[in-house]
Design a protein around this ligand. Structure first.
Ligand code: HEC
Length: 238
């Protein structure tokens, strides 16, 4: 009988031990009996990979390939008209002037022809900002955060998982990035920078400038110079 009871006790403890704490959260490192799918061979964004010469997990798209289902609609960007607009207004596509310097300001002309055959002036209106907001939310906020302060979910997660690599995510609210020429921000989006992947294959030139404009709006939301701050706000800030 006592043997039976001992056996029963072991079974009860074992069953509770294995199954009783399933689904409970804890800050302790778990003891893995079954590792489920927690450990699996996989590549992580921003992870290291010794297989490739540049050491990055995230791979750039094959040169010359055009992804489908992105802002870069092949029928548009390869159309003769778009090509002609690009050749007339190269700095809209590169973010640089004829001498190769970053454009200090937004481009003067767009890539859209007016009925007169001239290129339409490029203006930043609420539609452009809305486009920029949408694209920023999709492509940038994960790392740089909704407020561009570098505290996106990637940083939060990497802190939890102890991945120091992602601490390099830039805080775009710092003075150095506020002082960047518009063309230099555009260039980072287009070509990437150090550990940041390029987004030129995912965003059309118009979308890249829209993201630059939205990023400027985010920066202004945190560092509004006195001359553009409305008097009513100044009064309440005192
Ligand atoms: C997967 C994470 C990630 C995403 C998504 C991302 N970035 Fe970055 N970004 C970084 C990291 C990391 C750096 C710092 C790069 C370095 O200098 O090592 C950086 C740097 C920058 C810089 C400063 C570059 C410089 O010259 O120092 C700008 C501007 C920037 N990002 C803008 C953007 C914009 C705009 C987007 C969206 C189109 C974006 N980033 C999307 C990770 C990201």
């Amino acid at each position: 009988m006592s043997r039976y009871l001992t056996f029963l006790a072991i079974v009860v403890v074992a069953v509770i031990g294995f199954l009783g704490f399933q689904g409970k959260t804890s800050k302790q490192t778990p003891i893995y009996v079954f590792d489920d799918m927690d450990y699996q061979p996989k590549y992580k964004a921003q992870g290291e990979n010794t297989f490739f010469a540049d050491g990055r997990d995230a791979r750039p798209p094959v040169a010359g390939s055009v992804a489908r289902g992105t802002g870069l609609e092949p029928t548009k960007v390869f159309s003769a008209e778009y090509r002609r607009a690009e050749s007339l207004n190269a700095s809209f596509v590169t973010g640089k002037d004829e001498k190769g310097n970053f454009l200090l300001d937004f481009p003067a002309k767009s890539l859209t022809f007016l009925s007169s055959g001239e290129l339409q002036p490029y203006t930043i209106d609420s539609k452009v900002l809305e486009l920029g907001r949408a694209k920023y939310q999709i492509y940038c906020a994960v790392c740089h955060g909704d407020a561009a302060d570098g505290n996106g979910i990637m940083k939060v997660r990497s802190a939890i998982e102890g991945d120091i690599a992602i601490n390099t995510i830039a805080n775009l609210q710092t003075a150095i990035y506020r002082a960047y020429p518009q063309g230099q921000i555009y260039d980072v989006i287009n070509n990437g920078k150090n550990t940041m992947m390029p987004y030129g294959d995912k965003l059309s030139p118009e979308e890249r400038w829209a993201v630059v404009a939205y990023l400027r709006a985010l920066q202004l939301s945190q560092f509004s110079p006195p001359e553009i701050t409305p008097a009513s706000i100044k009064a309440t800030a005192k």
